[in-house]
Every structure is written in C-alpha cells, then in structure tokens.
Design a protein around this ligand. Structure first.
Ligand code: SF4
Length: 421
C-alpha cells in the first residue's frame, strides 16, 4: 500500500481508491502497514500477539475516517488492535451464543423456529475489534463451497418452517458478485424460503463495494433485506450514505444493528445523533446490542444499565421509527432478549397505571366485560414458554435438578386442568 499519514488517507487518494477490489488488496494487515499509515501511532508491544490471535484488516477507506490516532477516536477503537484483547476474564467465551450447538449443518445456525443463519464466508474487509464471531472472522479467509451450500439448501427444503434466511459471516458482501449470486439463487430455489436477509458492514467500511452491478444482481432475488452495522455518526460519510442510497434505490430495505461499545457510542447523545442520521438516510435503527460475552472484547463492554439509560433517553426525544430495540443476545444460546425501561407502574383488573418518558402517571381504564378472544387461545401443540403460562395452558415451567425439586414427593391433589412442564 502507498505510504499514507493520518489525515491524508482520503485527501491523497491514490488511483484505484474508488475500486472496492483495490481497497481489499490494500487493506492494512501488518504492523508495518499500520505504522506506515499512522506514523504517529505509539507502537504496541503486544500487537503481533493480538493479530496472531485476532487478525487485523482495515480498508484504506475506513482508516481514512480516523481523526486522531488514539483510543479517543471511535473509528480507531473499532479497527485498530489493542493489547486489552488479550485480557479475558474467565466468564468470556469464544462462542458465547453457542452457535456451534445449533448447527445441524456446518456453517448454518438454526436456533429460532422460522429463521436460519448461513455463514457464507469468514472474510471481512475490516475486522472489527468488537466482533462477536472473533473465533472465525478472518482466521481463514474462505467462502462457502458448492457442496456445503447444497447441504444447507437440502436441510432448508426438509425444514419448510424456515421461511427467513440470513446470510452472514464474516461479511457476505466481500464475496464476488458471482459467488454471492450462487448462494442467493440456490436459496431462492427452496420454495419455503420467503425472505433473505444479508448482514453486512460493507456500506460502513467499504462503501465502494455497493456497485451498480451488485445492486442489479440483488434485484433479481427480492425480497432481499439488508442489515448493516453503523455504530457511530462518524461512520456516516457521503460515501457510505451514497452506498446505502444505491441499495435503497434497488428496492432493498435497510436496517441497522449497532453494538453498544464503551468509549465509542455509550453516551445517549451519540446514539441519538446516530439514529437521527440513519433515519434521515432511509436506514431503520433495528437493534442496539449489548456487547456479547465474547473473548477479546472486555474493554468494550458496558453495564446493561447503560443501555437502559440510553433507551430511557431516546423515548420521547425520537420517533418510534428511529428507536432501536436494545437487546441482550443471551449467553448459552438464549437468543435475543429485549431490555427496556418499565413503563407499567401498577395494574389492577380495572386499571393499568403507566408512566410516560416525562414521569407523568396515567391510569388507563381496562375494557369492561373483557373475555378471551379466539385469536388469543394457544395452539394445542404449542411448546411451553412464558406466553403459554399467561394463556393458562401451562401452570409452570420448572427448572430441572433443583435441590427442592429432588426433595419433593408426588402429590395427588395437583390441578390437572393445566399442564405442567
Ligand atoms: S464485519 Fe461483522 S463479521 Fe466482520 S469483523 Fe466486523 S462485526 Fe465481525
């Protein structure tokens, strides 16, 4: 890569800058390239050890968004490796979401009944230091084989309850248009697949990849949705906005998944600014993730309460359209759990007392003569969950192997009108 100093990464744009393949070929991958790009960067003695474990790649474009070469800069924090990545408390895990336990076919996660996630590649243009899939992202830069794709398509055909498939990685938009089309066209041949979603950070870190050729190809496989991954307003540049516009104009609805990151975006005003900018550019804020319990990211984690504070701040200031859902993607494969401030203060059969964002208390009278409508009756074959408890179909969900449970004797007076589980 051409030698570039901080601040001139975008100004002295070399020939090829607008070409996404040039950006991929000229990624910052080694300590030498990093110090050539940022001569004022203080050398980190652990850099080699960090990148041996968690690879580094930064596109020249994304590096050009760094305004100061230290951890006060959000973009710097998200892409430049730091020694803290090697300091793991014992509760962090390589795969905290236990995706590997929900893989009926290697490379495909089937956790929720109607959705599946395909890991189409392990390559990204820029390796985010906060990545949840640090265990695979960049460790080998490979993409899905035809054989594996066939296995996945066969699984989906045999499981028609899966109607929504997410193509993820790595970053699927780093694949060649031809290879990505191979994946899309094969998935579209599965009759039960209705929606295809792509999870990508390319509009943020490599916007020149969103070419007209790519958009033309995507158009053929609608409905295609894309979730991208802006974390900070500094990432919304004329280039990234133009890339998102090209996708929107190709009929692709855009959502955004942010991760709450210490020192990057953990102030309510930053998230507010980000969400406003996203909506202004036709990108719907979808999720704000609590940082996962993944190894190598402890220095990015915030308490869950910080996310709640942010949600409290956003409500009332922003329209509902601009407010993401704050979620904890629960360890042990528990899935996404929305966490939000409580707006229900109290309830009786006749009134629910609510509070608004200002702290105003309002009594909401309940309807008179309410009865259970047909549509709310549970399915006979539904699996037990909290909703089935509220519907009265089950009386309890009992944790196994508690000491109290082991001591208990069978009782002949149990109510058999509802089932236990
Ligand atoms: S682009 Fe996505 S998969 Fe790749 S490193 Fe960033 S967060 Fe991880």
């Amino acid at each position: 890569m051409r030698r570039m100093a901080t601040g001139d990464l975008s100004l002295g744009r070399p020939k090829g800058w607008e070409d996404w393949r040039w950006q991929m070929a000229n990624r910052i991958r080694t300590p030498q390239q990093l110090s050539a790009a940022f001569p004022r960067l203080t050398a980190d003695p652990d850099l080699m050890s960090v990148i041996a474990k968690y690879p580094m790649a930064i596109t020249p474009y994304y590096a050009s968004l760094i305004r100061r070469v230290d951890s006060a800069d959000p973009v710097f924090q998200m892409c430049v490796p730091r020694s803290q990545e090697l300091a793991d408390p014992p509760f962090l895990m390589p795969d905290p979401l236990e995706e590997c336990h929900d893989m009926p076919v290697p490379g495909m996660v089937h956790r929720y009944p109607d959705r599946a996630l395909v890991i189409a590649t392990t390559m990204c243009s820029t390796y985010c230091r906060h990545c949840t899939r640090k265990r695979i992202a960049g460790t080998r830069e490979t993409s899905i084989t035809k054989r594996r794709l066939e296995q996945i398509a066969n699984y989906l055909t045999e499981h028609p309850q899966v109607s929504d498939v997410i193509i993820s990685g790595g970053d699927p938009l780093t694949m060649s248009t031809e290879n990505l089309e191979m994946v899309l066209s094969r998935l579209r041949q599965v009759p039960s697949v209705q929606i295809i979603r792509i999870g990508t950070r390319v509009p943020v870190v490599l916007p020149m990849r969103i070419t007209d050729e790519l958009c033309q190809m995507l158009r053929k496989y609608h409905p295609i949705w894309i979730n991208t991954h802006f974390n900070h307003p500094q990432e919304l540049t004329p280039e990234s906005i133009a890339a998102c516009n090209r996708l929107s104009d190709a009929g692709v609805p855009l959502g955004n998944q942010s991760v709450l990151l210490r020192g990057v975006n953990d102030r309510p005003q930053i998230i507010e600014q980000l969400c406003r900018a996203l909506v202004r550019n036709r990108i719907r804020p979808y999720y704000l993730y609590q940082c996962d319990l993944v190894r190598g990211v402890e220095h990015f984690r915030t308490p869950v309460s910080r996310g709640l504070e942010i949600m409290e701040y956003l409500r009332g200031r922003l329209s509902g359209l601009a407010i993401p859902t704050f979620v904890v993607d629960a360890p042990h494969g528990g899935g996404k759990i929305p966490v939000l401030p409580s707006y229900v203060v109290s309830q009786s059969p006749t009134h629910t007392v609510l509070r608004n964002y200002e702290g105003m208390l309002i009594a909401y009278p309940e309807p008179q003569g309410w009865f259970e409508s047909e549509c709310c009756r549970p399915q006979e074959d539904s699996a037990p969950g909290v909703w089935e408890l509220t519907a009265g179909q089950y009386s309890r969900i009992q944790p196994e192997r508690t000491l109290r449970q082991a001591r208990r004797q069978p009782c002949c007076t149990s109510d058999e009108s509802v089932r236990d589980f």
